[in-house]
Structure formats: structure tokens, C-alpha cells
Design a protein around this ligand. Structure first.
Ligand code: ADA
Length: 610
């Protein structure tokens, strides 16, 4: 009954290298004309994280048979495809995408054949015109490939389907289990053709009577057809760039949103200490025959996050954030960390005394968020961004793709209780006018998409930042005693005065009602490098640095917490940062890339657990 089928496994793959035209290649692959050296790879994975293609840039082609009931349409969902991609079924282009961490969904047209051919063309080359979301100067390595899970879901014969389900705890009645349920249905005549029944946890399903029903015009406030071939979604990244090809699949079906206030029986709150989860089961039924067309289960938690009186509050109790920034990265797999490693990382974070992780600097893997929900870890999830330049903000393609990534992130992660903060555009020029339009648009979009979470961005210009009034939570990245610590006799002494100065200046600007989070702070420590001088890059300097950073931030009454930079060492580029990045790694991890603890581990553990 239209349950999604997971397509992860062994696929055909060929690295075509620096060939110019993706479109031609896909046609030739489908027709069998292309002469390629096929190999077998695991999906999901990054092809350039493998030994044979390490560090290579160019086009990779994936091929896999698809089984779809003849006459039925289907939805093909990718957790992430990096960096630029086009997806074809039987030679028909379904769409293209240019944000390598954002989830994507394409509609596959019906056919008389049961066996279809899926071809995914991936390009991991930097190209500002085509892929402006990805830049070579980011401080983390950007890979190519189908990075996250792929699933296929057939659309019921009636041609109506559940596009999204959102469950929002009521800010007043959440303790009693009051939630707002919103269901987006897609298809033709959705409101008259289909009925919805729901039930919480083990309770029997009941018809959703008395639900308000809206036809949604445009994209905001509902689902967005990100990356599809259609032109309807504000976030569609198809079209203009890089493609000949007409729009071939119709996706401009109306969206109907059903909205109802419901009560969860036997409600239990979610928190990091007691991460209770509830489940909603939802059935889509044919209005004529009452036949079940589709069944979905959605997991959620009852919790409320607020920013008021200059502090954070979770379920009405003051929250102090103790946590880390984390890259989804492991040397053996690049950005495709196995779930067992994600689990181990969360266990390590909890052992360190953390209640929080910032998913720097892109949309998170749903498997990681599932684990955070289950194990009780608060999350900041953010749209892909890293110190973009003025030129970038003038690019229409960037603005479009950035918005698409934002919508896709919120759509995918909406029901995770662990996610409490939406972030965007890490360390952009937030002291400059040229980001005003995108900052205002992004915060307005986020508020419209989800009024239940906090909004923030990590600023590196706290003294003259222009946009703090737009967000709920002021977040500052600062590295006193590391950058700028050269030629100073006791650089660790720089930490306290600078953090105090940052917060005083924020308050002096009349922003004392907004909580302040130190969203990054840290120093490099090379694993195994200990030396009597305890100078820069030793494990000991790093340990002393983090101890002082935690003391200063957590003792400051205006600081709602700290997210250390960063959890484990991760690969970056040489480029202009080469001489500050030994091994071409960002070595500020408290653990190295294999999760071997450095000296700082025990120090942070003690400081966070105090
Ligand atoms: C910035 C950035 C991080 C990392 C860090 C560093 O704050 O947000 O991604 O590059 O600096 O190590 O310098």
C-alpha cells in the first residue's frame, strides 16, 4: 500500500571525468551509446571518498533498474545528491538540482513497462554559474555522489497522495497533548476524492472530522516541489541553468492543506533527559469506497522552545546550551557517515556532557536527526552556507537555490522534536547592506514555514552586525586566543575580555532581551602532538583553550550557552587557508577524525558535567 521502497544498495556507476555536457551523456547512457567503464558502487556513498576516485572532480553517472507497477506514477526521493545533478527515468529528464545537501523529490511518469531505467548524472565540479551554492573556499570538503538514501513510492491509482504531514505542539496546551495537525494532499480534486483518518500511538484511527481545508496557492506555507521539473514551487531549482530539455513531467497539481487541532492521549513531554516520542498514523482513503490508498506514520515529540527575557526556555525551564558543532564526515566515507558512527558520535557527545549539536553547515541526514530524537540531543539545523561573498548574493541562481534548500530542509525535518533552531548563511557579510534582501527574505520564509522554532545565523561580525533584530537568538562565532593570538604572550587571556566585550556591545545596542549563544569557539590541536612548550597546535593548548572558553561563556549571565568548534577533525581544502590547515584538515576537533579523543576530551567532559 504505497509504502516507500528503499533503493539503497549496489548500483552501476561510471566516472566520466571532465566531459562537458551532462545532458548528452544521460541520453547516451540510456540509449546504450555511451562508452563508459562501469563499476559497482554502494548507494548512498560519495564516489570521490573512495580510493579509486579520491579527490577527482567531474561527472559520475549512476544507473539502476526501477520497478514500478505499469500505469502508476511514483515519487522518487533522494536524501541528498551532490553537488549538481540531473535525474532521468527511461531517458526522460525529471529535473535537476544544485544544492548537494538538500533533499529532493521527483515525480516519475507512468509507463506500460514494469521495469524502468533510472539514470542519475552527478557533477562535483565547482561552477559559480551553475552551482553557486557550493564554493571551493568553504572550510569543509565538498564531495560528489548520491550522498543519502533513495526511496521510491508509488502514487495510488486515484492520483492523490500525502505530500507532507506537520505536527506542531500547541504553545499553551502542549503538556495536555494539544497539537496542530496539518496535512498537505497533492493531486487533482484532492478535497473531494480523498478522506483522511488519524490515530495517535496505539489508538484506533478516526476520520478527521471538522478539519479546515484550504487550497494553497503558491508555495509558502505548504510543500514546495523542490528540484522537480515543475515550475510551481518557489524553490524549484530546475529550469534556467544548465538544461536544454523542456519541462516533461507535470507537477503543478493543487495542494490542499487540511488543518485540525487534536489531542494526544496519554501525552508525555520530550526533552534531552526524557526523549519521549509519540506516533501519528494517518490513512488516506478513497472518499467513494473508503479503500485505504496510503498509510503514513509520523513520529513527533511534545516540547516547546522559546527565547524570552534574554534566555532560552525548553518546556518552560531555562535551557543552557552545552554542545558542539559537528560535520557529517568520516575519513572512510566522507559525508556519508554510517548510522552506527552517527550513533557512536551522539553517545560521545552525551558522554561529554552535551545537550546540543549544531549541524554545521548544511541540511542534516534524517537518520542523524532520528537518532537525536531518540537519544535526546537538541539540534540546530542550517541551510548550506559558508562565508559567501557579495557577488554570490547578486546571483539569481544562488538566491533561488538557497531558498529551495531552505524549503526542503524545513519540509523534511519539521517533525523532529530535537530540532529547535533553524539557521542559515553561516558567517555571511552580516555587517553589510548587500545581504539585507536575502536575510530579510530568509527570516520571513522561515517564520511563515514554521512559527514553532527559533531562528538564528552565526555571525562573525558581532560588533557591527546589522541583522540581529531579525532573529530570536543572537549567535556569535569568535576565536579570541586562536586567530589573532599570534605575538601575544598569553593568548588564552584574550578569551574572557573579548567575550565580555562582544556581549556588552550587543546589550548596549538595546538587544538585551535576546539570548546570546557563542555558536563557535575553538583552537587547533593535532592528535598526538604534545610538547613541553604547550604552544599552538598542541593537544594541551587546545585543552586549556576549551576549558577557558567553557568557563568564560557559561559563567557569563547573558550567555545562553556555547557550541564548541568542533566535534571531530574533518577534511578541508588547501587553497588559501593551506598554511593554517595542517594535513588539509580542520584540526579543531576534540576528537580526531577516527574519533580518538585528544587531551581536551576529559577537560571538556569535566567542565560540561560540572
Ligand atoms: C568559522 C567557520 C567554521 C570553521 C572555523 C575555523 O567560524 O564557521 O566552519 O571554518 O571558522 O576553524 O576557523
Amino acid at each position: 500500500m504505497n509504502q516507500p521502497v528503499c533503493l539503497d544498495g549496489i548500483w552501476d556507476f561510471a566516472f566520466a571525468g571532465k566531459v562537458p555536457c551532462a545532458e548528452m551523456l544521460a541520453n547516451d547512457v540510456t540509449s546504450g551509446k555511451a562508452v563508459l567503464e562501469w563499476e559497482r558502487v554502494m548507494v548512498p556513498s560519495a564516489f570521490d571518498a573512495s580510493l579509486s576516485h579520491a579527490g577527482k572532480r567531474g561527472i559520475g553517472v549512476y544507473r539502476q533498474p526501477l520497478r514500478i507497477t505499469p500505469g502508476r506514477r511514483a515519487l522518487l526521493h533522494f536524501g541528498a545528491v551532490s553537488m549538481w545533478s540531473q535525474v532521468y527515468v527511461d531517458g526522460v529528464r525529471l529535473g535537476q538540482n544544485a544544492c548537494g545537501y538538500a533533499p529532493l523529490e521527483y515525480e516519475v511518469p507512468a509507463s506500460d513497462e514494469a521495469l524502468r531505467t533510472l539514470v542519475v548524472v552527478v557533477d562535483n565540479r565547482f561552477d559559480f554559474e551553475r552551482v553557486p551554492m557550493h564554493e571551493h573556499y568553504f572550510d569543509f570538503y565538498q564531495y560528489g555522489g548520491i550522498l543519502r538514501s533513495v526511496t521510491l513510492r508509488e502514487i495510488a491509482p486515484l492520483g492523490v497522495w500525502v505530500d507532507a504531514v506537520r505536527i506542531t505542539p500547541d504553545t499553551v496546551g502542549y503538556r495536555e497533548g494539544e497539537v496542530l495537525l496539518e496535512v498537505d494532499l497533492r493531486g487533482e480534486d484532492v478535497a473531494t476524492l480523498a478522506l483522511v483518518a488519524v490515530g495517535f500511538d496505539d489508538a484506533a484511527l478516526e476520520r478527521l472530522e471538522g478539519a479546515e481545508s484550504f487550497k494553497v496557492a503558491g508555495a509558502l506555507g505548504s510543500s514546495v516541489n523542490v528540484g522537480s521539473a515543475g515550475k510551481t514551487g518557489a524553490g524549484s531549482s530546475d529550469g534556467a541553468a544548465g538544461g536544454a530539455g523542456a519541462v516533461v513531467v507535470r507537477t503543478d497539481y493543487p495542494v490542499t492543506m487540511l488543518r485540525a487541532r487534536l489531542r494526544v492521549p496519554a501525552p508525555q513531554l520530550w526533552s534531552p533527559d526524557a526523549p519521549h516520542l509519540h506516533v501519528l498514523t494517518l490513512e488516506l482513503q478513497d472518499a467513494q469506497s473508503a479503500q485505504v490508498l496510503e498509510r503514513r506514520t509520523v513520529r513527533f515529540g511534545l516540547r516547546v522552545i522559546e527565547a524570552r527575557k534574554g534566555a532560552l526556555w525548553l518546556n518552560g525551564e531555562q535551557l543552557v546550551i552545552k554542545g558542539y558543532n559537528r560535520h557529517e564526515w568520516h575519513p572512510n566515507y566522507g559525508p556519508c557517515t554510517p548510522q552506527a558512527q552517527m550513533f557512536a558520535d551522539i553517545q560521545l557527545l552525551k558522554d561529554l556532557g552535551c545537550n546540543f549539536v549544531r549541524g554545521s553547515h548544511y541540511q542534516q541526514d534524517q537518520r542523524f536527526l532520528d537518532l537525536c530524537d531518540e537519544l535526546g540531543l537538541l539540534v540546530w539545523e542550517e541551510n548550506l552556507g559558508w562565508g559567501q561573498r557579495e557577488e554570490t548574493f547578486r546571483s539569481e541562481a544562488f538566491v533561488r537555490d538557497h531558498r529551495a534548500g531552505l524549503f526542503a530542509m524545513v519540509r523534511e525535518s519539521y517533525n523532529h522534536p530535537s530540532v529547535i533552531i533553524w539557521g542559515f548563511l553561516n558567517e555571511a557579510g552580516s555587517n553589510e547592506e548587500y545581504v539585507r534582501t536575502i536575510f530579510e527574505q530568509t527570516t520571513a520564509d522561515l517564520r511563515q514555514l514554521d512559527g514553532s522554532r527559533l531562528i538564528s545565523y552565526a555571525s562573525m561580525f558581532p560588533d557591527d552586525d546589522l541583522y540581529f533584530d531579525l532573529v530570536d537568538l543572537i549567535s556569535v562565532n569568535a576565536y579570541p586566543g586562536w586567530y589573532g593570538g599570534e605575538d601575544v604572550e598569553e593568548p588564552l587571556r584574550l578569551i574572557e575580555p573579548r567575550i565580555k566585550e562582544i556581549i556588552e556591545r550587543i546589550d548596549a545596542r538595546g538587544l538585551s532581551d535576546k539570548p546570546v549563544l557563542i555558536s563557535e569557539i575553538g583552537a587547533e590541536g593535532l592528535y598526538g602532538w604534545r610538547d613541553p612548550h604547550n604552544d599552538f597546535f598542541t593537544e594541551t593548548y587546545q585543552a586549556n583553550y576549551l576549558k577557558e572558553a567553557i568557563r568564560v561563556t557559561l559563567e557569563h549571565p547573558r550567555c545562553c550557552g556555547v557550541a564548541l568548534w568542533h566535534f571531530s577533525d574533518a577534511r578541508t581544502y588547501s587553497g588559501s587557508r593551506a598554511m593554517k590547515r595542517p594535513r588539509t584538515f580542520n584540526n579543531k576537533g576534540t576528537l580526531d577524525e577516527y574519533r580518538r579523543p585528544k587531551e581536551a576530551y576529559a577537560v571538556v567532559r569535566e567542565a560540561f558535567r560540572r
